[in-house]
Design a protein around this ligand. Structure first.
Ligand SMILES: [Zn+2]
Length: 387
């Protein structure tokens, strides 16, 4: 069982996938290409699940939701033990934070950090008690896997329960604290769960789920120096400091002390202003979907977001942003811009999702021939401009 310090540390969840989801939902509705739907689906399932499980726990452990297929629950077992000697990181005790991951050598931007199968997954809907459900799945794990599971941190454990006696409730608390979206399910990934959180420009690792492989991938968003901590983002990394710290404290039980949250007041305000301007530009960009702004203006918003993110040092979600710009350019049948944005999207998708991801392949195909884009020529012809 985690000690109190670990509990405060909390580990895991939301990030990258969620960021991408937010990103795609703020993108033009017309961008509901297969690609964007795919990303949205990941996100929706993740949030829905976690919220739902929280809800049923608070309402006494019973739920009247849908049917429940216990037999299909058990996910693939943990992957063949990776060769840890090759690992670019190691687990360490981080002062003030509990456990975390430190780079064991210099890590390149776009380098694969973790490929992990879930210890187990839980479906979206169940009529069972969530604590019995999770407790039952944990009971089916090997001793070693159970050890890995119970070593994870947790928060929000009901005061009236005894963690030494109510083991299913502990299992549920661990699940709720550490679960990550895995397609239509949510799963537990003990290695990935060791990633601590960083806000805005502070996080350097992002994760995504590949449905075909039923595996979670974590990539280095930027180059990472030896000894530097690997950090990902738990949720919306573009909120102003006050809001994101309040959310992290409520959901994960820690006061964020990341580099961005620790900035001096003036510097922090400048960061908040940039983040708000980025969010505003995303909103305006999204209004292209309803035809409220021109394609030229939409592309101007993307360029603005890119510039502000350079200033902020925030690099996440650039693959999907450039893919959305590709969609705008293709819709207006701007051949050159379509090619350029698609190349940029492929480059940044490769950093975040892997060079062999479906998203990269899709963008490379569009870069080679813009007319293959699903939205090609769906709006009036216009030179919208490239990156
Ligand atoms: Zn922070």
């Amino acid at each position: 069982m985690p000690d109190a310090r670990r509990r405060r540390t909390k580990a895991t969840v939301k990030p990258q996938v969620e960021n991408q989801q937010e990103n795609s939902s703020s993108a033009p509705p017309a961008s509901h290409s297969l690609l964007m739907r795919y990303v949205a689906l990941i996100m929706v399932s993740m949030i829905g699940l976690v919220l739902w499980l929280l809800f049923i726990q608070r309402s006494g452990g019973d739920s009247g939701f849908g049917s429940f297929k216990l037999g299909a629950l058990r996910g693939a077992k943990a992957p063949a033990r990776d060769d840890m000697h090759k690992s670019p990181f190691f687990v360490a005790d981080i002062p003030g934070k509990g456990m975390g991951l430190l780079a064991s050598r210099k890590i390149k931007q776009g380098e694969l950090l973790v490929r992990e199968m879930p210890l187990f997954v839980v479906p979206r809907e169940t009529t069972s008690s969530p604590s019995e459900l999770v407790g039952g799945l944990v009971a089916q794990l090997s001793k070693k896997e159970q050890e890995a599971f119970f070593n994870l941190s947790y928060v929000n454990f009901p005061n009236h329960l005894d963690p030494d006696r109510d083991r299913n409730e502990v299992a549920l608390a661990i699940f709720q604290t550490n679960a990550v979206g895995a397609g239509d399910n949510v799963g537990i990934f003990p290695r990935m769960a060791r990633l601590n959180h960083g806000c805005s420009s502070a996080f350097n690792a992002v994760y995504s789920w590949r449905e075909k492989e039923r595996a979670l991938y974590v990539y280095a968003l930027r180059s990472i120096n030896q000894g530097e901590e690997l950090l990902t983002s738990y949720g919306n990394a573009r909120q102003p400091r006050r809001e994101r710290r309040a959310r992290l404290a409520e959901h994960y039980g820690f006061e964020c002390q990341c580099r961005v949250c620790s900035m001096a007041e003036e510097e922090s305000q400048a960061s908040d202003r940039r983040l708000e301007a980025i969010n505003g530009a995303y909103e305006r960009f999204a209004s292209w979907g309803q035809g409220h702004i021109s394609g030229t203006d939409a592309i101007a918003q993307v360029r603005k977001i890119w510039r502000l993110e350079d200033e902020e040092g925030y690099w996440s979600e650039r693959g999907s942003l450039a893919a959305d710009a590709t969609l705008v350019a293709a819709s207006h049948s701007d051949v050159l811009a379509t090619q350029q944005w698609a190349e940029l999207a492929a480059e940044w998708y490769a950093y975040e999702l892997g060079g062999d991801s479906e998203q990269v392949a899709a963008m490379r195909a569009v870069a080679a021939d813009g007319t293959r884009h699903a939205r090609w020529k769906s709006r009036g012809g216009l030179v919208v401009g490239g990156p």
